[in-house]
Design a protein around this ligand. Structure first.
Ligand SMILES: [Fe+2]
Length: 300
């Protein structure tokens, strides 16, 4: 089974702006470019986990999911093929590019690309934060963070992501504005969430979690200097207990910067339904309401 969110890839006409945004605001480490001048960011001792390719338009390119080892990858690919998923083997060039030992990929029902891999390259004690930071990012056995996709049909999406792929439901938030399901693959409360937005598909946000509240506070202080907007004000979520702020990025994608997220025990976990997404805060700012929130496209 999938063990972690391992990496994500975007493409953007403003990929170059991430060279400043990544280290100086987020605190990530700018590392050597990928092929074609793609900007790469590390958030821990994995050599890179976030890649922004150059392109004419903002695009979600892929989410990379990490498997424990090659045995698990092979078994999982067989399982998915048996369940009717069209899984493709990644060639040597792609494996080298992603810095993994082995890779397979498939698309979800709306074309979002997911990659499965094991053996991603890492260098012990290599991570140096891009700006003053007290403690770096929560990764390790909780992976990179979480990704949230907008999907046109949550019933169909759940069938694919939960029933076919095996993402385990953490809980749901349902009210007049939201219909969202949250899924875990390790102790992190959710590595994936799916929000229903009929007629639309896309990448809403990537969440990165700081070890210390001070590093979240410092990011908020740095927003003005980096000319970055707050999309949702500081608040605390009801389900994963994350204290977080949602901010813009150079590429349409929102970044949720968090602290203090819940760790779940899968053996005893029972999925709940919440009405409110937040105990307090997480107010949309005036500006943010009028703009697309994420890299989203309409589908026929
Ligand atoms: Fe989130």
């Amino acid at each position: 089974m999938i063990q972690e969110l391992s990496y994500v890839g975007l493409a953007s006409p403003r990929s170059e702006d991430w060279r400043d945004y990544g280290p100086n605001l987020l605190g990530a480490m700018l590392v050597a470019d990928g092929p074609g001048g793609a900007v790469r960011l590390a958030v821990d001792d994995v050599d890179y986990r976030i890649e922004i390719h150059r392109a004419e338009a903002d695009e979600f390119r892929y989410a990379g999911w990490g498997m424990a080892n090659e045995t698990d990858l092979h078994a999982y690919v067989d399982l998915l093929a048996g369940r009717g998923v069209d899984v493709h083997q990644g060639d040597q060039t792609l494996c080298r590019e992603r810095e993994v030992a082995e890779l397979a990929w498939f698309s979800d029902p709306w074309g979002l690309r997911h990659e499965l891999s094991w053996g991603k390259s890492a260098t012990p004690n290599s991570f140096q934060p891009g700006r003053v930071m007290r403690g770096g990012f929560v990764t390790g056995d909780q992976g990179l963070g979480h990704v949230v996709f907008q999907v046109p049909d949550l019933v169909e999406a759940n069938r694919f992501y939960a029933d076919t792929l095996g993402f385990r439901l953490s809980d749901r938030i349902i009210n007049d504005h939201f219909n969202i399901r949250f899924y875990h693959v390790n102790g992190r409360h959710h590595s994936l969430a799916l929000a229903e937005t009929p007629g639309h598909i896309g990448f809403n946000h990537l969440m990165l979690e700081y070890r210390h509240m001070d590093d979240l506070g410092r990011a908020i202080d740095l927003l003005a200097r980096n000319d970055t907007e707050i999309v949702q004000t500081l608040g605390r979520h009801t389900n994963d207990l994350m204290t977080s702020v949602y901010i813009g990025s150079p590429s349409g994608l929102q970044i949720e910067l968090g602290y203090g997220g819940l760790v779940v025990d899968d053996l005893s976990w029972v999925a709940r339904t919440y009405r409110k997404p937040s105990y307090w805060g997480h107010r949309y700012t005036g500006n943010a309401m009028t703009k697309a929130r994420g890299i989203i496209r309409s589908i026929a």
